[in-house]
Design a protein around this ligand. Sequence first.
Ligand code: SF4
Length: 363
Amino acid sequence: MKGLYVHIPFCESICHYCDFVKRVPKDQVMIDRYLTALSEEIKSYQHHFPTIETIYIGGGTPSMLTVEQLTRLFDMLKDIHPVEYTIEVNPESYSEKKGELFKNYGINRVSLGVQTFNDHLLNYLNRKHKEDDIFAVVHHLKKVGIPRISIDLIYAIPGQTMELLDYDLDMIEKLDITHVSCYSLILEEKTYFYHQYLRGKFHEMDQDMEATMYDRVMKRLKKQGFEHYEISNYAKDKHYSLHNLLYWTLGEYIGVGMGAHGFVDGYRTYNKRHLNGYLESFQDHKDEQTQEMMLQDDLIFGLRKIEGISIADIEQKYQIDLFKTYPKLKEKEAFGLIEVVDGKLRLTEKGIFLGNQVFMVFV
Ligand code: SF4
């Protein structure tokens, strides 16, 4: 099983917290030129098409492409028949025509960039949609028959209160969707918020409040019937993100588009991060993965899954004794951050919030 990630790096405007590979396009010609290059790159992986089972079109904002551009993009991928086909959508750039096009091309999962339902906080983040847009989009996606809808949610936004977070969680219940990805607001370098922070105008939420919010999200989503299956991800009725599961289980995936990463045939691939560079030649470099690197990734990504990792599988795959190779694990166990249950090593509830302290053991 293999995945294909397709990056569409264009956004109508830049959110204040975002450090993804993205840019505002100069004009439509720029997008068309990008699609031409992307088509060449996709073709270069044609021999992998029969083994690709998940496609994920992410960004940037793929939904800001016109219907004609989206049609061009979907045509490039039409010889692949994945079990899961996801596209990221921002509410303000959705249209009924686009939703129908998704359905016609076999897209069966939409990841919607919601972040919060509060119009004031949306404005603070420099998002361009309003709460009402979210409901209109989800309603229409269901109407055209897209069965799996995921939303991205951000918490710990400066100025956000527990009441506002509760409101977001109430609205998720009302939407009746299958999946939620939930992240705390991280202050990243080279973002608008970071510049504000350097000027003393941005203040991160304090850690205790953030932890309380994380706990609230976890408990309330579980109460709504979501299974917490990965540190930041929740699914109803086992509607896990198969594409993301590939990342967490060291599965193979091809990454195409500006700044995309891949993991194919034992190599991690890294594409050029700037448009002109990408248009000249796609790939920046690739690194062969050693056993040591694979072990590290297997442990760090594997522990992101709430079920944890099978100790016997890891020990057999890498011919190691896990606790002897990483003696500090005992310390983390004593601090109550990890536990061994039925032969699996996993994060505890406390460890889920403090995962980085555990992951450092493997670095
Ligand atoms: S829409 Fe997404 S990719 Fe674009 S700036 Fe906002 S967060 Fe970043």
